[in-house]
Write a protein that binds this ligand. Sequence first.
Ligand SMILES: Nc1nc2c(ncn2[C@@H]2O[C@H](COP(=O)(O)OP(=O)(O)OP(=O)(O)O)[C@@H](O)[C@H]2O)c(=O)[nH]1
Ligand SMILES: [Mg+2]
Length: 204
Amino acid sequence: MVGGFGAGKTTMVRSVSEIRPLNTEETMTRAGEGIDELADLEGLSRKTSTTVAFDFGRISLDARSVLYLFGAPGQERFWFLWDRLFSGTLGAVVLVDTRRLSDSWYAIDRLEHHNTPFIVACNDFGGPLHTEEQIREALDLGPDVPMVECDARDRSSSKYVLITLVEHLHALSSQSMSASARNPSAQNPSATSRAAEPTPEAAS
Ligand SMILES: Nc1nc2c(ncn2[C@@H]2O[C@H](COP(=O)(O)OP(=O)(O)OP(=O)(O)O)[C@@H](O)[C@H]2O)c(=O)[nH]1
Ligand SMILES: [Mg+2]
């Protein structure tokens, strides 16, 4: 789970994790960055804590496969942690507050840099409605990147987001397998082909 400050990453990990998630939340101080800019936003005016390392949760998919969930810290001063979180990650959810679309640019930029497959989930803060085309254009998303709406506070909605991600990873891995079957000499293990491994892996 990545995305801008206060987009709902910790909330989503809490909603879906089957274990009591590890959260590294600290109380936001007056000196904390961003507190003023969030004060007027519906749903965020009562936000009093922020992630300073990461959230960690887990979901068992079946007897053999476990999905590990990592929620990244949203504040800019903790972004240096992201590149470490991305290594070994199968895929990512970019959580977006559509009232603050530009806050998502950095996350998308880093994911593209790392070649990490991702989907976009627009969290419902009751903010101004944009069409899917407007959001795709603002985030410069290709048509192949799945986009869904969600409410991070709701378990079934958050589960649907993760299912969309896993299906996307599955589709990418099938594509790369059929491409390498057509042209075996061009086979090149990539982030997407790792998604096919059945062992417990991480998703964030
Ligand atoms: N209205 C509404 N509020 C939400 C939703 N998801 C989260 N919130 C609220 O938004 C606030 C921020 O959520 P967090 O989960 O702390 O956001 P975060 O992305 O982890 O924030 P940082 O770790 O500080 O970047 C909390 O007060 C949540 O209760 C949602 O879907 N709708
Ligand atoms: Mg958080």
